[in-house]
Design a binder for this molecule. Structure first.
Ligand code: C2E
Ligand code: MG
Ligand code: MG
Ligand code: MG
Length: 280
């Protein structure tokens, strides 16, 4: 039975039978076909500076399902991850993001795009080659690509992870730690890896400025980032009060519905290209 979620989406895969294995199998089969049929869509969400100017974009995938409409990743990323389909999905998004970068660069808009990388994708032996080959094939600059990874991905095979990050970093690609502060890893990795940016998880932003504990955690994350010379993005900014709290902390990048929802890539590109003042 369909159930309403907080985001207003229908959780159409939720089954009242509780037959989880069956449900997963159905999503997996449908998703495999969807990737082949070209049903994935690239959405882009603005990241803005404290002046409200767009300074970067995050690539967020959507599934344009012929019957169920636009499906958000929360409904299929876990199954994609468990089935290995995430590698094809991530590669599709990477290619689309690189095409967007090439289009933006051709129009003289030097903006970066952050792409989410799943642990399984990152763990592939050919991960580094795939990223570099895709950039090259699509004519996109490595200097405009950020890869968003999560702390969990660093938990095993740390030396391998470090070698991959070093190789990509040398090519000009930057790394961002997504959902920072929600993982279980030690902080030691921050000084051992070529990391450009920390993204403060939206769970810490949600109850600002009222929640003193969340405020303290946000201040602590900002302090860690500043001491290590890392850039900071706060995600999930929905209210003026949250924006104000964060803007008072100085130079941060903000991302959230207050500024823009994720929107179809082409619409975002067209708007940026036609309003030069926004990215001057
Ligand atoms: P994430 O990378 O942490 O992305 C941020 C999520 O927060 C996105 O959800 C975005 O739409 C949402 N968001 C942005 N601003 C606000 C706000 O003001 N309030 C609230 N409540 N939410 C906001 P989305 O697009 O549903 O994606 C969910 C997660 O799915 C992402 O979290 C990411 O972990 C994963 N994902 C999305 N696209 C990809 C992809 O191409 N590859 C992989 N591996 N994972 C992806
Ligand atoms: Mg992300
Ligand atoms: Mg995040
Ligand atoms: Mg998140």
């Amino acid at each position: 039975r369909a159930r309403r979620q907080s985001g207003g989406h229908i959780a159409f895969f939720e089954s009242s039978m509780g037959d989880i294995a069956r449900k997963r199998f159905d999503i997996e089969r449908e998703l495999r076909l969807a990737i082949a049929k070209g049903e994935l869509r690239l959405y882009l969400q603005h990241q803005v500076d404290t002046q409200g100017q767009v300074c970067a974009l995050e690539a967020l995938v959507r599934w344009a399902h012929p019957v169920r409409g636009l499906v958000p990743p929360g409904e299929f990323i876990t199954v994609a991850e468990e089935s290995g389909l995430i590698i094809a999905l991530d590669n599709w998004v990477l290619t689309a993001a690189c095409q967007a970068l090439a289009q933006l660069a051709a129009a003289g808009c030097p903006i970066s795009i952050a792409v989410n990388v799943s642990p399984k994708h990152f763990a592939q032996d050919d991960f580094v080659d795939t990223i570099l080959a895709t950039l090259e094939r699509e004519g996109a600059s490595p200097n405009r690509l950020l890869l968003e990874i999560t702390e969990g991905l660093l938990l095993d095979k740390f030396d391998e992870a470090r070698a991959k990050m070093a190789a990509l970093s040398e090519a000009g690609i930057r790394f961002s730690i997504d959902d920072f502060g929600t993982g279980y890893s030690s902080l030691a990795y921050l000084k051992q890896l070529p990391i450009h940016e920390l993204k403060i998880d939206q769970s810490f932003v949600r109850n600002l400025p009222g929640d003193k504990n969340d405020g303290a955690l946000v201040d602590t994350i900002i302090s860690i980032a500043r001491h290590l010379g890392l850039a900071i993005v706060a995600e999930g900014v929905e209210t003026k009060a949250q924006q104000h709290f964060l803007a008072e902390r100085g130079d941060l990048t903000l991302q959230g519905y207050l500024f823009a929802r994720p929107m179809p890539a082409q619409a975002v590109i067209d708007a940026l290209v036609h309003i030069p003042a926004q990215h001057a």
